[in-house]
Ligand binder design. Structure first.
Ligand SMILES: [Cu+2]
Length: 189
């Protein structure tokens, strides 16, 4: 706000300065370019996940994940089941205070439909070191189509602060070669 009023009181009726007009046009066109590129990037950049989301109650989701784990658990790690579903199947991960559950074992080069939800409140699913980040909410079941391209052990951390145990909220995904029985068997060495 100016301290003194402008000399020309009816300033808004003055013709717009040419340089200002050019900048307004440039800024507008840049804004439009970025708007459409955001959509284009979804297709050409392969950055944004193509996901689906459905309404579900937290307890119904918990039941589904329990049934999934019961069916396909191959071993346990510190009390957490390691679940290896047949390639191409639906796989489930559940977030809660304070863990991502269960541990998944996937095959490299095969596509999975990864279901993701939480049973208490919002958590941030962050897959490391790949750096895939997805917000997970109670009441919404996200489904992400995922095709692992590298074998190894991937960590999941929570990147939305969720209370006193937030820093301990981790999970794991193993990606193994299609013929390998299990990476963790090798880890026990
Ligand atoms: Cu969390």
């Amino acid at each position: 706000m100016a301290i003194t009023p402008p000399a020309q009181r009816i300033w808004w009726k003055e013709p717009i300065e040419k340089v200002e007009l050019i900048w307004v046009v440039i800024a507008f066109l840049w804004g439009m370019f970025m708007f459409f590129f955001m959509i284009a990037w979804h297709f050409i950049g392969q950055q944004n996940l193509n996901n689906e989301a459905y309404r579900i109650t937290p307890s119904a989701y918990e039941e589904k994940v329990d049934a999934f784990a019961k069916k396909f658990t191959v071993r346990e790690e510190k009390g957490v089941p390691v679940v290896r579903a047949p390639a191409g199947e639906d796989v489930y991960i559940l977030g809660r205070l304070w863990q991502w559950w269960p541990i998944l074992e996937l095959e490299k080069g095969r596509s999975y439909r990864l279901h993701l939800s939480t049973v208490d409140w919002m958590h941030g699913f962050s897959l490391q070191p790949t750096n895939i980040n997805i917000s997970a909410y109670p009441g919404y079941e996200h489904i992400i189509t995922l095709t692992p391209t590298e074998t190894g052990q991937f960590g999941i951390i929570c990147n939305e602060f969720c209370g006193i145990g937030h820093h301990t909220m981790t999970g794991k995904i193993y990606v193994v070669d299609q013929k390998t029985a299990s990476v963790a068997e090798g880890d026990k060495r």
